[in-house]
Ligand binder design. Structure first.
Ligand code: TXE
Length: 489
């Protein structure tokens, strides 16, 4: 069956393109899928435009839109095992992590389903004039282009699809060309849940070929993108001539600040998951460890000991605790960052190489790596390497910790570890990031907004603001008994 989904029909790429999807854990062929070109992108935008302008979805009552999202959540739960397996084959991530993701994805649909069904947002404005009915209503923005990356393929898709549909928009989704399968499966579930034809469209293919036209097309009203900073800049520029609404989540270089009075064991444990979860391919990863001077030596020694014990393996290896990187090119990039860091004076405490285990040679594995004695001038500290690489910086006091934490162009997340509540809150307030954890790392809930400051992007996903991104506020002023004003009389 072809994998592009345009106007409610499964279609092959107009120019016959295909792409092999290979599992990053061992290089095995997962499937060969259709690869769209600009003609397919244009057809998908046309279908979404038609469905928005004349189709039923934007005019479906909010309660029904919410109910559809709740049905999708149930269907995702029903098919959880199939989805998780497909996600793991595409990404190489451990099956158990994909299973967690599927629960989160169903919860995201459930959250937005309930939020939308509850209505709200629209309001009567008191103008003081009983002859006027003044209301602010929230309408869908229109046709949305949704572009997603490969690290949490369906999760990041759900964060966009659920609020976009909930608000009454139609969309064209382009997932990462490396991880298309769960997006294809989601389209089937949306149809099964009763979404009308044309409201959801799917284009698979390379960013520059199939994605770029979706960001330029004048028939598109909004572009929501999650991915790298360089691509985000390109997308913002592509959307500028037609002044589309744009939302960007562009990753981060997130500080994990550990004060000397932190709970040692908990801080070590969370510092490891902060950076090594999913081999560091997490936009909110705590890739920068900022540790107070007097704690530094003991803390880093413990991190190194535990990092060296992390077992790498494929999605279905139950002993494995971390998986491969997404591609050979991505591993090359991480190796280059580590080499640059060492050349700039960082001290290698562990890792810094591919594993020697012969069973892992066909996958894109890289050892958990700790680089000590780093500073914010090093590219491995400044840039998002997006791999299992922890850089360690020292600080003397609270003031220096905050200054270092903010010495980055990014601002997605950060954490502070201390038993001093006042200090925790002072630091949390001063770190310029969209999410700050205190004595924790990574948790999020669909009720709370997610997004970045500075060059981590703008716009918010999740929470009420995550729905508002996909809505336009319109003021409707109704003069109930118009009489001539005679302004020019
Ligand atoms: O991302 P791209 P890549 C960061 C991370 C990583 C770097 C590059 O640092 O090393 O980005 O990864 C589509 N018009 N993040 O190259 O290119 C592309 O097809 C329209 C952070 O994989 O940003 C895919 O669907 N679309 C991050 C999506 O953009 C375009 C997650 C992301 O790919 C396009 C992933 C174009 N011109 C990587 N070019 C996060 N924020 O979580 C590419 N795409």
């Amino acid at each position: 069956m072809p994998e592009l989904f345009i106007g409610g029909a499964w279609t092959a790429a107009a120019e016959g393109g295909t792409r092999e999807i290979r599992c990053p854990a061992d290089g095995t062929l997962v499937a060969t899928v259709d690869e769209a070109g600009p003609r397919d992108a244009a057809a998908a935008v046309a279908a979404a435009r038609e469905a928005f302008d004349t189709g039923p979805w934007p005019r479906t009552p909010a309660a029904e839109r919410g109910a559809l999202l709740l049905r999708v959540a149930d269907l995702l739960q029903r098919d959880k095992a199939d989805f998780a397996r497909a996600e793991s084959l595409d990404t190489g991530k451990r099956l158990v992590e994909s299973e967690y993701d599927m629960d989160d994805i169903a919860n995201c649909f459930r959250y937005f389903g309930n939020l939308v069904a509850a209505g709200g947002g629209n309001r009567i404005v008191d103008t003081g004039d009983p002859g006027v009915d003044s209301r602010v209503v929230h309408e869908p923005v229109g046709v949305c282009t949704l572009i997603t990356p490969w690290n949490y393929p369906l999760l990041q898709t759900a964060w966009k699809v659920a609020p976009a549909l909930g608000a009454g928009n139609t969309f064209v989704l382009k997932p990462s060309e490396l991880t298309p399968h769960t997006a294809v499966m989601l389209m089937r579930l949306l149809t099964e849940a009763g979404l009308p034809a044309g409201a959801a469209n799917l284009v698979l293919g390379a960013g520059a070929v199939a994605g770029a036209p979706l960001t330029e097309d004048p028939r598109v009203d909004l572009v929501s993108f999650t991915g790298g900073l360089a691509t985000g800049r390109r997308i913002m520029a592509a959307a500028a001539p037609t002044v589309k609404k744009v939302a960007l989540e562009l990753g981060g270089k997130n500080p994990n600040i550990v004060f000397a009075d932190a709970d040692f064991d908990a801080a070590v444990d969370y510092a490891l998951t902060a950076v090594f979860l999913h081999s560091g391919q997490v936009c909110s990863a705590g890739a920068r460890l900022l540790v107070q001077d007097e704690l530094h030596d003991a803390f880093v020694a413990q991190i190194v000991e535990q990092a060296q014990a992390i077992v790498l393996g494929g999605p279905f290896d139950e002993n494995a605790r971390s998986g491969p990187l997404i591609s050979a090119a991505h591993r090359d990039k991480i190796e280059a960052y580590v080499a640059a860091g060492l050349a700039e004076g960082a001290v290698l405490r562990c890792g810094g190489a591919r594993p020697e285990n012969p069973e892992l040679q066909d996958g894109f594995y890289y050892l958990p790596t700790v680089l000590d004695e780093c500073d914010t001038q090093m590219s491995v500290v400044r840039d998002e390497s997006f791999g299992p690489v922890l850089t360690v910086e020292r600080f003397r006091d609270e003031r220096e910790a905050v200054a270092l934490a903010n010495d980055t162009v990014y601002g997605l997340s950060g954490a502070v570890w201390t038993k001093d509540t006042g200090k925790a809150h002072r630091v949390a307030c001063r770190v310029r990031a969209g999410t700050v954890w205190i004595n924790d790392f990574h948790p999020y809930v669909p009720q709370a907004e997610w997004g970045g400051m500075k060059q981590s992007g703008f716009g918010r996903e999740l929470g009420p603001a995550g729905l508002a991104e996909y809505q336009e506020a319109k003021h409707v002023w109704h003069n109930l008994s118009p009489t001539p004003q005679r302004w020019f009389a």
